[in-house]
Design a protein around this ligand. Structure first.
Ligand SMILES: [Zn+2]
Length: 335
């Protein structure tokens, strides 16, 4: 079965989710006077170039590493409050995740586990213990447990409801923010993985440091996040659904590599396996929200001759590292 946008965002739930998301955005903006100026979350330089404003949030680009980021941005106290009381997350938890869990499992979590295990096999990573930071509903950890490769699979999940859901699925959970994970866990994990978390954080550099300390020497870090230089984000700009008030950081393959190297990690692989870029841009055109009238080449590929070129065009984006979904794999040097 081919993955479509609707599989992971069911249309019948779209209006309820839209209301919840707009409510959330409104909550975020009531605190905008508290937003603070930050340095580039990837390279640390302070040279923000304005790109666009979307829904009251300012997006800037770093001329040194091309990272796109929100600046000024909500500080940690505002983010804690925002996520703790979010009606949007409550709606996702109650309706969208349950309704789309089978499709998400098949199209997101099973391929994610396959990919992670393939990487572990290719780089001969030990498989004693894996830690997932931001375990959510525990779908990834449960799927990985079912493969019986890692002796121990642990999730870090600070949200009590989600941590309970994980436990009910038999997943071992550390119910704590990553920065409070006990020192006994330091250097214990062959793999530390985090999927779609870092783009939400006020200070990604600290998040990376906390994850790196939990990896044993010779172990690996695997991270996924949006690629700010991916096709749909660069083409649609503020019209991209990925560009929203929750996503503060849009790294790219090079800027993420630089960030990891500064933490003493050796980048071993970086790729963009996204499947939806071309369809996301096409859908915006079909909805009338975005025009390709002045871009005849893209109009031919994405609209007029879509059946002929669409899949091959997406394959090209993946092969060239230009999809909007980024994976990075880095190794902690053996001491
Ligand atoms: Zn930068």
């Amino acid at each position: 079965m081919k993955l479509t946008e609707e599989d992971i965002r069911p249309k019948q739930l779209a209006s309820g989710q839209k209301i919840a998301a707009l409510t959330d955005l409104g909550r975020m903006l009531t605190r905008s006077s508290e937003f603070v100026e930050v340095d580039c979350p990837a390279c640390g330089q302070h040279d923000p170039q304005p790109c666009y404003v979307k829904n009251g949030m300012s997006y800037v680009s770093c001329p040194h590493c091309r990272t796109l980021y929100v600046n000024p941005r909500p500080p940690p106290a505002v983010l804690d409050w925002f996520y703790r009381e979010s009606p949007n997350y409550a709606y996702w938890n109650k309706y969208i995740f349950p309704a789309s869990e089978p499709a998400r499992r098949e199209h997101i979590f099973v391929p994610r586990v396959d990919r992670l295990l393939d990487i572990c096999a290719r780089y001969e990573v030990q498989t004693d213990a894996l830690l997932e930071v931001g375990a959510g509903f525990g779908t990834f950890c449960a799927e990985l447990n079912s493969r019986d490769v890692f002796q121990r699979v642990v999730g870090v999940e600070p949200t009590p409801d989600l941590a309970n859901t994980c436990r009910s699925r038999g997943v071992e959970i550390i119910e704590s923010p990553i920065e409070h994970v006990r020192t006994e866990a330091v250097g214990q994990f062959d793999v530390v993985a985090s999927f779609e978390v870092i783009e939400h954080l006020f200070k990604p550099v600290e998040f990376i440091a906390h994850m790196v300390r939990l990896i044993r020497p010779g172990g690996v870090l695997m991270l996924t996040c949006p690629n700010g230089q991916g096709f749909d984000i660069e083409t649609l700009g503020p019209l991209s659904t990925t560009v929203d008030h929750e996503h503060l950081n849009y790294f790219n393959p090079a800027s993420m590599a630089g960030l990891l190297k500064r933490h003493g990690m050796e980048l071993i692989e970086s790729f963009t396996p996204g499947k939806l870029d071309a369809e996301l841009v096409r859908n915006k055109v079909l909805e009338g929200a975005f025009s390709l009238e002045e871009q005849p080449f893209l109009k031919k590929v994405l609209i007029d001759e879509w059946e002929h070129h669409g899949a091959a065009f997406q394959d090209f984006l993946v092969a060239r590292g230009m999809s909007s979904n980024l994976w990075v794999v880095a190794r902690k040097p053996a001491t």
